[in-house]
Design a protein around this ligand. Structure first.
Ligand code: GLC
Ligand code: MG
Length: 544
């Protein structure tokens, strides 16, 4: 039975704000330089103060860390540097007392090569777990079984000398892909999901949710063409046969049925890095697959009004009626938005936060977004990401977006003890940290908190009602519900939006709380505002 209160008010994962915690970098309680679950528990008050409804934690399970936890060696035990199962239980309880749910990361596409399943599988062609992975003979000339490439660079196949066959790895060679056509694999994952759901975990973010099942014939991928986006051109091929296969949806439907047997129902959020929003829609299906499917075209868009608007509107269109959009502007795999989108300009940072938190759909903040934390320069010697270590200097890797949370201006940034070397270098923590921003009512941190509070308070920001506003070039605006309007000027020149009368509820320029009396909204360069509409109506162009 679904929770009736949540049903009436709408679920937290639709109306609330989610927050991604990268556990290694959130807070180090035991002083080993690596963030841990005790550190997270100790900082739950920050998340409660901010108004967060749920956290998603990157993997906390046992791993040799070839890919920072995404190479799992035991799905139901906690990596010792993070804590124990008992710490997870306490985290769930302590977060729950503050109205915060805990979601974990599930990594079903591949395991670590040090997982006992793979260690057994590679021991002999006849091994018990052999068929749990994808093995193929060398092609007649002795070459790779097909032309697939790894996301981390190089071929997606590695020869296992001992048994003379190649195994598939869509990522690092230390991450062999599971064979999802094997029923025992599926049954084992049901058990893993239940294990965590039974402990009170509220749901999962599913890693590579569009990737689990591969083409049965392992057909070659077609080459990338000049029209493909740079992300595809970089791989030299369209990943047509190893990702986004129809059978993936069977797995997701199976998990959705399982998640729905719990009370409250558990939530599934997918990492669905697919080509366009029309393909994205399929991951919601008839409302019987994922609750939320991450929107990569939006995150990878340039920070331009026309580009963002086009993707947002296509998403809105595609989602109807079963889907519900989810928006992210940073995560552990890409450059942080204050660097990538804003070049460090605080006006732009505020605009990005304003749009993220007032769009129609669920916003997900990445730790540090709330203070406008930029990327950190990480010297090559300090880099741990396999992407950087393999492809330097062509690909810079992801470490710069994964550095420790700056909590204060003290030595160690309040992340770890003074004198302890953190696992990745600290950024400029004296310039940007939580404590200093908390002491400044005009800071980005308070702005983020005010936006979240507004989102919780305004009914208009909860529903699916959404209308495009006619706005001059460089501007983007929309109306939510009956009375709430959002307008942004993402350009270097001042702009006017006519026919708007009302009161500014929150704006990126703190010195401007008043509307002009003439029914016009004047926006400075890189200014945005949320307006409670009064007398006259905006020129809204009604959409389905
Ligand atoms: C996902 C994760 C990324 C990881 C990869 C392989 O894309 O977000 O961090 O490297 O999967 O598991
Ligand atoms: Mg620690």
């Amino acid at each position: 039975m679904p929770d009736p209160v949540a049903e009436r008010r709408g679920a937290y994962w639709r109306e609330g704000v989610l927050y991604q915690v990268y556990p290694r970098s959130f807070a180090d309680q035991d002083g080993d330089g690596i963030g841990d679950l005790e550190g997270l528990i100790a900082h739950l008050d920050h998340l409660e103060w901010l108004g967060i409804d749920a956290v998603w934690l990157n993997p906390i399970t046992v791993s040799p860390d070839r890919d920072m936890g995404y190479d799992v060696a035991d799905y139901t035990a906690v990596q010792p540097c993070f804590g124990t199962l008992e710490t997870v239980d306490r985290l769930v309880a302590e977060a729950g007392r503050r109205g915060i749910r805990v979601l974990l990361d599930l990594v079903p596409n591949h395991t670590s090569d040090q997982h006992p399943w793979f260690e057994d599988a590679r021991s002999a062609r006849t091994a018990r777990h052999r068929d749990w992975y994808l093995w193929r003979d060398p092609s007649p000339g002795g070459g790779y079984p097909n032309n697939w490439v790894s996301h981390f660079g190089g071929p997606a196949w590695t020869l296992d000398e001992g048994t003379g066959q190649f195994y598939l790895h869509s990522f690092d060679p230390g991450q062999p892909d599971l064979n999802w056509r094997n029923r025992e694999v599926a049954a084992e994952f049901d058990r893993i999901l239940r294990f965590w759901f039974d402990r009170g975990v509220a749901g999962f973010r599913i890693d590579v949710a569009h990737g689990m099942v591969k083409d049965r014939l392992l057909r070659d991928n077609p080459p990338a063409s000049a029209e493909d986006p740079p992300r595809i051109r970089a791989h030299g091929q369209r990943m047509l046969y190893n990702f986004d296969q129809p059978e993936v949806h069977d797995v997701l439907r199976r998990w959705r049925r399982l998640a729905d047997t719990y009370n409250p129902r558990r939530v599934l959020i997918g990492e669905t890095d697919v080509a366009d929003v029309e393909r994205l829609r399929r991951y919601y299906s008839e409302g019987d697959e994922l609750h939320l499917a991450f929107n990569f075209p939006f995150m990878h868009s340039p920070f331009r009004a026309d580009a963002l608007q086009a993707i947002a509107e296509a998403t809105q269109e595609a989602m109807h009626p079963h889907g519900w959009p989810v928006w992210t502007i940073s995560n552990h795999d890409v450059s942080r938005f204050p660097t990538r989108w804003c070049g460090g300009d605080p006006r732009k940072v505020r605009c990005a936060l304003l749009l993220l938190l007032t769009m129609c759909g669920t916003p997900v903040l990445y730790y540090g977004d709330e203070i406008g934390m930029p990327d950190t320069e990480v010297p090559f010697e300090a880099m741990l990401d396999p992407i950087a270590r393999r492809n330097w200097p062509q690909r810079k890797g992801r470490d710069g977006a994964r550095t420790p949370m700056p909590w204060s201006a003290e030595p160690g940034a309040g992340f770890t003890r003074s004198g302890v070397k953190p696992w990745l270098p600290l950024g400029d923590w004296r310039a940007c940290n939580v404590a200093d921003q908390r002491a400044d009512r005009g800071s980005i941190l308070w702005f983020t908190r005010d936006l979240i509070a507004l989102r919780h308070r305004l009914e208009d920001l909860h529903g699916a009602e959404w209308d495009r506003l006619l706005a001059p070039p460089g501007c983007w605006g929309w109306r939510r519900g009956q009375k709430t309007l959002v307008a942004l000027n993402l350009s270097d020149s001042a702009a006017v939006i006519d026919g708007v009368a009302g009161t500014i509820l929150i704006g990126t320029c703190p010195d401007r709380a008043e509307m002009t009396p003439a029914g016009r909204l004047e926006l400075r360069p890189w200014e945005g505002a949320v307006v409670a509409l009064g007398r006259s109506e905006p020129q809204a162009d009604r959409r389905g």
